[in-house]
Design a binder for this molecule. Sequence first.
Ligand code: TXA
Ligand code: MG
Length: 348
Amino acid sequence: MITEFEKIDTENINNEIIEKAARILQKGGLVAFPTETVYGLGANGLNADACRKIYEAKGRPSDNPLILHIGDISQLKSIVSDVPKKAQKIIDAFWPGPVTIVFKKSEIVPSAVSGGLDTVAVRFPSNKTARLIINAAGVPVAAPSANTSGKPSPTKAGHVLHDMDGKIDMIVDGGSCAVGLESTIVDVTGDVPALLRPGAVTKEMLERVIGEISVDPAVYKMLSKDQKPKAPGMKYKHYSPDADVTLVTGSEKNVIDKINALCMQDKKNGLKTGVLCREKNTDKYKADFVLSAGDNIETAGARLFDILREFDTLKADKVYSEVFDESGEGLAVMNRLKKAAGHKFIEA
Ligand code: TXA
Ligand code: MG
């Protein structure tokens, strides 16, 4: 298959590109498109055969359900069986935007989308290109992150091309994703709303709007074999570059000294080393490659997946990372970093 690649000028959107993407979706094809979180790999969400192609292109396990994306709030009522009060509050406060809500599904949602569950995850993205494509297609669009299963989510069109070239019909390049981490997922089908995946709409922000929410244990730590996260995708190894990633905790000075000692040792063994750190610490490390996460947690979130992919391009064997405070968006950044590291920590 030849993958068409079209660059969109987000200041002056070319409607021909939008229409082309919409036609491919209507015919049951696959289109990767930008959102404010990460690039999505879209298919007509009401067409089971089209959705099955997503699993194939990504190499994704079929029990891992897809998020349905809507381009207008009026699309919601056909795909869910009801909208609980707390869900409405989240919608009013944060949609369109980077939060996904899990509802009881309606009958028209195919099980190829819901992974056999009686619920459906719905997201209304704020990204303009995404909304134009979904609305032009005229159907809810099922879209996981547009990466090969297990790899870091794509935050640039080049990441999508790397993973999906020849496997999908079209890639729409809308530049870098502003948030850079996948959407927050909140399940409102139980008595107490549950945070299944942290993102840029933080636990604190949600609590201000709907009160107490529980946090699925999979958000903080690796679950044992017999435990099941409520978002099926949280059980899979994720976000991992080829390099072996280790998180290093402790006081700033101890972390820097420890990582430099580890890098020296690795170099003696002929290994290429990488460090992911705060901007202000970049010149304190002696690794082969030192990549900056910026000065604040939002920049760290926006750059994280690009940095993990960059270590692959550079062929780093060992990567050491500083850690971040788990409040606010830090919970989402640390959730992805811990997974990239296979939950490997060293205390300095
Ligand atoms: O930001 C995002 O959410 C991106 C962009 C493209 O919108 N999409 C995304 O999709 O991250 P994906 O498929 O990579 O991750 C969706 C997660 C998976 O962990 C999946 O198990 C979970 O959502 N999920 C989907 N439907 C669910 C449901 N009905 N109940 C619980 N978890 C669900
Ligand atoms: Mg994903």
